[in-house]
Design a protein around this ligand. Structure first.
Ligand code: PEP
Length: 246
């Protein structure tokens, strides 16, 4: 399967910096063909980036949706609207949304359903906190998040799972390749139990948490790591291009 590298710009960048990012980035990645590359800017930049990536192989994604399609939900943006804005992907269930905006697994489940209905591909984030890891609860947490977020979801071909240990996000301390692989393998086996072996082996399970140009190669060398979700290191065109060129 084709690996996926996605940039999560979070609440960063403006019109000028993002267009200049794309102009440099597209030159760096001109010859990269064996990688699917997605950029997820803030909502305000979606239109601009959609124009800037025309005639490139870069795809557009967003960082969240509301689970309803339209109506009286002041301040929210729906999957229907993101599709209209040119998005192909959406990140759902990021730990920052769970932590700061009280998103629960059941809300994320509703968001996934709405995204799929509107033909958006989903990057579903799951991951444990440091406390949970230290208490040997990692696999239990992962299982709980996965089962609840995917409850009643039958169609898996448009879902990517991002394993993002919370203790590795924005900390500069990535999971070691073997720590990440252990969880990715567990996720793959779990997906095989929930669905079947054939579905499970075709689902991309990507890693996120302090991915940098100097650690991507060893992470991608792991059997069950099929790409990366990148925060900080995706804000610089050269560094993100190096990550995409693994
Ligand atoms: C993220 O927030 O999805 C992420 C992986 O961030 P960082 O690369 O900065 O750890």
């Amino acid at each position: 399967m084709k690996p996926l590298i996605a940039a999560n710009w979070k609440m960063n960048m403006d019109t000028k910096s993002s267009v200049s990012f794309i102009n440099s980035f597209k030159k760096y990645i001109k010859n990269i063909k064996n990688m699917e590359i997605v950029i997820c800017p803030p909502f305000t930049l979606l239109n601009k980036i959609n124009e800037a990536i025309k005639n490139t192989n870069i795809k557009l994604g967003a960082q969240n949706i509301h689970f309803e399609e339209k109506g009286a939900f002041t301040g929210e943006v729906s999957g229907l609207m993101l599709k209209d804005a040119g998005c192909e992907y959406v990140i759902l269930g990021h730990s920052e949304r769970r932590q700061y905006f009280n998103e629960t697994n059941s809300m994320i489940n509703r968001k996934i359903k709405s995204a799929l209905k509107n033909k958006l591909k989903v990057i579903l984030c799951i991951g444990e906190s440091l406390k949970q890891r230290n208490n040997n609860q990692t696999m239990k947490i992962i299982k709980n998040q996965l089962l609840n977020c995917l409850n009643n979801i039958k169609e898996m071909k448009n879902i990517v799972i991002a394993y993002e240990p919370i203790w590795a996000i924005g900390t500069g301390k990535n999971a070691t390749p073997s720590q990440a692989e252990e969880v990715h393998k567990f996720i793959r086996e779990l997906l095989s139990d929930i669905y079947n072996k054939n579905i499970s082996k075709n689902i991309r399970i990507i890693y996120g948490g302090s991915v940098k140009p100097n650690n991507i190669k060893e992470l991608m060398a792991m059997k069950n790591i099929n790409g990366a979700l990148v925060g900080n290191a995706s804000l610089d065109a050269k560094s993100f291009a190096k990550i995409c060129g693994v």
